[in-house]
Write a protein that binds this ligand. Structure first.
Ligand SMILES: NC(=O)C1=CN([C@@H]2O[C@H](COP(=O)(O)OP(=O)(O)OC[C@H]3O[C@@H](n4cnc5c(N)ncnc54)[C@H](OP(=O)(O)O)[C@@H]3O)[C@@H](O)[C@H]2O)C=CC1
Ligand SMILES: N[C@@H](CC=O)C(=O)O
Length: 324
């Protein structure tokens, strides 16, 4: 049996789902995969708890100590990060520290991947550990796995995707005659759009996910990728019959260091035009191997937590290092 003690950073909607999944399915994964996943400690912004059976109520948590001390004392082999993608320095510092101490990093948090990609990759390779980022590239849709490993050797020339569920939902609502503010409010009510929907509507969120996929595919550093994005606005032109307007993020190997997010009409019969509501899809142009598309996978805290579980099992069972 492979022992997989886990330090979980972040106990918001995604972190809570992750802890609950581990509690619920631990025995099954032991039988199925020979890997014993256990959350041994959980951290919030300023407090932490070590765990015997279940996560104790918040009022019983202790003040947070340095992540290095907690990792050393608990012997955690994985740092699972579900903390805000708000650009703070702490997630990067924690991830680098964990790698140096011999733990793998599994993350749904995106912002430190944009700023510290190279440093995380080099540190992980030196330590012989991996950084897995499925939860940051489209929740339960396995687009990151395709880019990281599944399409290896396929000569991927371009990638295009609808990576923001709010954008797809809102564009369909606008096509049905609703006002932008009304469509966004509905997306927020359904829990798809962020409380501040700016990144959903401007294309920033889609561009972030595409930058991470380009990093996995071609080794581009997301920090060096320029973004050209077209925002969703009221009164967009109607798409022709048989087409739907979509927010499409794309990059091409022939234009290194550039991600474009455009609003364009996609055929309803294609993988991007066929999407409904908050669904997501990514299409890889693989040259002689043809086009490969992936769609589906739940976009929710549980979907993101499941992606982190998949990555935790992968990190524990597979001998890869760095982002690859
Ligand atoms: N929600 C979703 O569907 C998806 C979310 N994501 C990403 O997953 C991440 C987690 O999202 P979500 O669960 O919604 O919650 P939040 O992004 O709101 O994270 C909240 C949790 O993070 C904790 N936290 C904040 N800073 C730190 C820190 N430095 N160290 C340890 N813990 C910290 C908070 O602590 P405290 O409780 O003490 O305040 C809280 O427990 C985000 O980066 C998000 O972008 C990715 C895909 C889908
Ligand atoms: N607001 C985002 C949520 C997931 O990242 C979206 O609409 O896709």
């Amino acid at each position: 049996m492979i022992e997989v003690p886990i330090l979980l950073a972040g106990y918001g909607p995604v972190g809570r789902e992750y802890a609950e999944l581990v509690r619920q399915y631990r025995a099954q994964w032991c039988d199925q995969y020979g890997a014993d996943l256990r959350v041994v400690a959980v951290r919030g912004r300023s407090s932490q708890a070590e765990i015997a059976d279940a996560v104790p109520p918040r009022e019983q948590w202790a003040p947070a100590e340095e992540v290095a001390e907690l990792l050393a004392r608990t012997g955690a082999r994985v740092l699972a990060q579900a903390v805000p993608s708000d650009g703070g320095e702490q997630p990067a510092l924690d991830a680098l520290q964990a790698l140096r101490q011999g733990a793998h990093v599994v993350t749904a948090t995106k912002s430190h991947l944009l700023t510290h990609w190279r440093q995380l990759d080099e540190t992980a390779r030196r330590a012989g550990r991996s950084v897995r980022i499925s939860g940051a590239t489209g929740a339960a849709m396995p687009a990151g796995d395709l880019a990281r490993s599944v399409l290896r050797g396929f000569d991927v020339r371009a990638v295009q995707g609808c990576l923001n569920g709010t954008a797809t939902f809102v564009l369909d609502q606008l096509a049905a005659g609703r006002e932008l503010a009304e469509a966004v409010a509905e997306a927020q009510r359904l829990g798809i759009a962020e409380a501040d929907p700016t990144a959903d509507l401007t294309g920033k969120d889609a561009a972030t996910k595409l930058r991470l996929l380009a990093g996995l595919l071609w080794g581009w550093d997301p920090a060096d990728i320029a973004v050209e994005a077209e925002p969703i606005r009221d009164q967009l032109p109607a798409a022709d019959d048989g087409h739907r307007l979509r927010q499409v993020a794309g990059a091409s190997r022939d234009e290194p260091g550039l991600v474009r997010v455009e609003l364009r009409a996609e055929p309803v019969a294609g993988p991007l035009g066929a999407l409904v509501g908050p669904e997501k899809a990514v299409r890889y142009d693989c040259g002689d191997a043809g086009a490969v598309a992936v769609t589906g996978g739940r976009s929710s805290p549980r979907g993101a937590a499941l992606a982190m579980i998949k990555d935790t099992l992968g990190a524990a069972l597979e001998a890869t290092t760095g982002f690859r």
